[in-house]
Write a protein that binds this ligand. Structure first.
Ligand SMILES: *Cc1c(COP(=O)(O)O)cnc(C)c1O
Length: 416
C-alpha cells in the first residue's frame, strides 16, 4: 500500500463504529484531497501500466481487479461486518457458483428444499460434475437440518473406516451447509446460530445467501457463517437496472479461493454496473426502511381480507418462525407472500389486473413487483400453485393496497 493521498483511485480510510445508515453513504469515497471528486470515477481500461513483478494489490489487468470495484467491495464488507474487502461479481449467480465451488469433489452439501431456484439447480449440478451428494432439508426444522449435517459428516468420515476426508478449497474437510433465510419464496427462517454451531462442530462450512434480508436486516458473519453472498441486482442496487453479485468472507483462504473463481471464471462486473451499484447502495437504508414498513403494513391489512387465503411475512406474529426472526434479524424484510382466492387462475388474473404493481420476476427494486412463482417450471412443487411473491417497493402504502384490493376482486371471480 502506498500513501492514500497519492493514489486517488483507492477508497479513502473510513472511520470505524459508524451506523449502517451512515456506512452506505460514506464508505468507498475517494480520498479527501483538494479538487478530488466526491464519487469514484468510471474507469474504462482493460489493462494498467505495469513493469516487473507486481506487488500485492497492484492493478495489472481488469479481469483480475479494477479500481471501479473497490468502493463497493469496501462498503459491502463494512456492512456485513468483515475486515477483508468483499468481492464483486458479474451476477448473483456468479457469486453463488463461486461459493458452491468451495464444496470439494466427492463432498457433501446440505441445502434448503426451498431456495432461489437457480442456486438449487447449481447445487444439483455439482452431483453430476463433481460427485457431490446434495441433501435437501426443511431448513426451518432445526433438528432435521442438524441431523442432515451430522449424517453428511459421518458419511465423509467413512463411518468409522479410516478413509480420508475430501478437502475443501480452503483445506477444510467436512460438509457444506448452504443457507437462505428467509427462504425464497416460502420465507422460512433458519436458526442461523444453531445451524452454524452444528456445522462447525463437525468441521464444516456455512455459506449464506443474504439477498432477502440485506446486511441491514441480518449479518450472517456475526452469527459465525463463513461466507455471505448477495444478488446485488436486488436491494443493494435497488433500481432494477443492473445484474451484479457479491461475496464476503473474513477467512483469507476462502477469500483467495473465491477470488480465483472470479478471475478464472471471468464472471466480472463492468465499470458502469459497479458504479450504478454503489450509487444505488447510497440510498439502501432509506429504501429498506420504507419498503419494510410498508411490507409490514400490507401484511397486516391483507391478513383476514375476504379475498385472501393466506399471507406470510416474518414480521407477522402468525409466522411460524416469527420469534426466531425477531432474535436474529434487525428487520423482517420487504418480501411477503400472498395466496388469493381463486387458485392459480385467480393468482394469474391478479397479476394481469394490477396497475401499479409490476408483474415481473426479480425483487428489491424501488418499484413494487409481484409474481406467481410456480409459473416457472423450475420452482419447487412444494410451493403452492397460487402463491404470489410480493416485493414491496417505496411507493405509498395506500396506493399499493388499493391496487391489490381491486386486483384481488378480479381474482375472486375465479373462486368456485
Ligand atoms: C436473484 C437472486 C439470486 C441470483 O442473482 P442474479 O443477480 O439474478 O444472478 C440469488 N439468490 C437470491 C435469493 C436471489 O433473489
Amino acid at each position: 500500500m502506498t500513501d492514500a493521498s497519492a493514489t486517488p483511485s483507492e477508497p479513502t480510510a473510513h472511520p470505524e463504529g459508524l451506523h449502517p445508515e451512515t456506512v452506505v453513504v460514506s464508505a468507498g469515497r475517494p480520498p479527501r484531497t483538494e479538487q478530488a471528486p466526491v464519487n469514484q470515477p468510471v474507469v474504462l481500461s482493460s489493462t494498467y501500466i505495469s513493469t516487473g513483478e507486481p506487488g500485492p494489490g497492484d492493478l495489472i489487468y481488469a479481469r483480475s481487479g479494477t479500481e471501479t470495484w473497490l468502493p463497493f467491495e469496501e462498503a459491502i464488507a463494512k456492512l456485513e461486518g468483515a475486515e477483508l474487502p468483499g468481492l464483486l461479481f458479474g451476477s448473483g449467480m456468479a457469486a453463488v457458483t463461486a461459493a458452491l465451488s468451495l464444496v470439494p469433489v466427492g463432498g457433501e452439501l446440505i441445502v434448503p428444499r426451498h431456495g432461489y431456484h437457480a442456486s438449487l439447480v447449481a447445487a444439483r449440478d455439482l452431483t453430476a460434475r463433481s460427485g457431490v451428494r446434495v441433501t435437501e432439508v426443511a431448513i426451518e426444522e432445526t433438528g432435521a437440518a442438524v441431523a442432515a449435517v451430522r449424517a453428511a459428516a459421518r458419511r465423509l468420515s467413512g463411518e468409522g473406516t479410516d478413509a480420508a476426508l475430501p478437502t475443501g478449497a480452503a483445506g477444510r474437510p467436512g460438509p457444506v451447509l448452504w443457507l437462505e433465510t428467509p427462504t425464497n419464496p416460502m420465507l422460512e427462517v433458519a436458526d442461523l446460530p444453531a445451524l452454524v454451531a452444528a456445522t462447525h462442530d463437525v468441521g464444516g462450512l456455512v455459506l449464506v445467501d443474504n439477498t432477502f434480508a440485506t446486511p441491514l436486516g441480518q449479518q450472517p458473519l456475526s452469527h459465525g457463517a463463513d461466507v455471505v453472498v448477495h444478488s446485488v441486482t436486488k436491494y443493494l442496487s435497488g433500481h432494477s437496472d443492473v445484474v451484479l453479485g457479491a461475496a464476503v468472507t473474513d477467512d483469507p483462504a476462502l477469500r483467495a479461493a473465491l477470488l480465483d473463481r472470479r478471475s478464472l471464471g471471468g464472471a466480472i462486473a463492468g465499470p458502469f454496473e459497479a458504479w450504478l451499484a454503489l450509487r444505488g447502495l447510497r440510498t439502501l437504508a432509506l429504501r429498506v426502511e420504507r419498503s419494510q414498513a410498508t411490507a409490514a403494513d400490507l401484511a397486516e391489512r391483507l391478513s383476514g381480507h375476504p379475498h385472501v387465503v393466506a399471507v406470510s411475512y416474518p414480521g407477522l406474529t402468525t409466522h411460524p418462525q416469527h420469534e426466531r426472526a425477531a432474535i436474529q434479524m434487525s428487520g423482517f424484510g420487504s418480501i411477503l407472500t400472498l395466496r388469493p382466492v381463486g387458485g392459480a387462475a385467480g393468482a394469474d388474473a391478479l397479476t394481469r389486473a394490477v396497475r401499479l404493481w409490476v408483474p415481473a420476476t426479480s425483487l428489491g427494486g424501488v418499484e413494487s413487483s409481484l409474481e406467481r412463482r410456480r409459473r416457472l417450471g423450475a420452482e419447487a412443487p412444494t410451493v403452492p400453485e397460487d402463491l404470489l411473491r410480493l416485493s414491496v417497493g417505496i411507493e405509498h402504502a395506500d396506493d399499493l393496497f388499493a391496487d391489490l384490493e381491486q386486483a384481488l376482486a378480479v381474482a375472486a371471480t375465479y373462486a368456485g
